[in-house]
Design a protein around this ligand. Sequence first.
Ligand code: FMN
Length: 357
Amino acid sequence: MLYKNILKPLMFRLDPEYVHDRMTRNGVMLGDHSVTRAAIEALYGYHGPDISRTVDGIKYRTPFLLSAGFDYNGQLSRILPHIGLGGEEIGSVTARPCPGNPKPRLTRLPKNRSIIVNKGLRNEGVDKIIARLKSTPRESVAGTGFVTGISIARTNDALSVPIDKGIDDYCYSFERLNRADVGDYYTINISCPNAFGAEAFNDPKLLPQLLGALKAIPTKKPVYVKMPINIPWVQFESLLKTIDRFGLDGVVIGNLNKDYDSLEIREEAPASYQGGLSGKPCAHPSTALIAKTRDLYGKRFTIIGAGGVMSAETALEKFEAGADLVQLITGMIYEGPGLIKKLCTAYAGQSGGTIGA
Ligand SMILES: Cc1cc2nc3c(=O)[nH]c(=O)nc-3n(C[C@H](O)[C@H](O)[C@H](O)COP(=O)(O)O)c2cc1C
């Protein structure tokens, strides 16, 4: 109520990136003190029946994760466990720092319940983020089943555009993270729609080169691939085949929607492409791809469903389609942090929490 009736109307008058940076600073402050953590837990924590899930050997206290792109510098890991989340995906992180694309990097489309995202992988770079995560006190997180995934992308600059340099770039971050033993799982983001070099590794001919190089780096953690949602099914299927062949653990389905014509209210968006769409326009394409992937591959892949989870209903659709875990960002921005507790409660109410298990 507080968020939807007071905070959100105020925040939605301000620049989205400014609001995001302020919210991050507030989140860091709230996470720094046991009293504020307890207050947030009392307001937003989930205290219902056990809905924990174990996926690829990792226990998630709830099956809902914050998707990559919100806590891109890994600053919020002390507060996020207190709003009902079972984990978060930090990043995407890149080998070198990225300042982001020219502004505007975020544009709200409230009628479509979406955001145009043109962030260009703004982040401080993998080394600084590793140092931060290593030095963050984890007493409020340890042993609670709050999972830290880390999304890895290619640095958004001209240096990483040649394919061999792009592969080196991913490998640098992957190797550094593994060597530092930071993160519980890793996601290889091959589907950022707004960066130098575009989505080169969505090409089924190039993905084997990337996965082959990554496979040579020892890891004890599950590795997933973040999938695009606007490519033809034959291409998607051939990426899945490659991911299977290289023995990766699963897929995150999926990234932003590039198709402005899929918007319910087309006039709200600019005439030409200015970044990928998050939120509601992602819901149907991602859920359909989750269902097709589950049909084709059975339990071979872990599937993390993301895209347009704005309500309990849309979250449960992802599990019914075959997702093991569900991620979200835009729903939390539009509905507030209280949404996560609602999702957990609805999930617990469905088959005693065994839906999709
Ligand atoms: C502000 C913002 C930044 C994002 N940045 C990333 C990113 O760095 N890496 C990534 O894999 N996905 C990124 N995404 C995509 C989300 O992780 C997610 O796949 C997509 O937004 C669909 O989920 P949603 O509808 O719940 O927002 C970003 C999304 C938003 C809204």
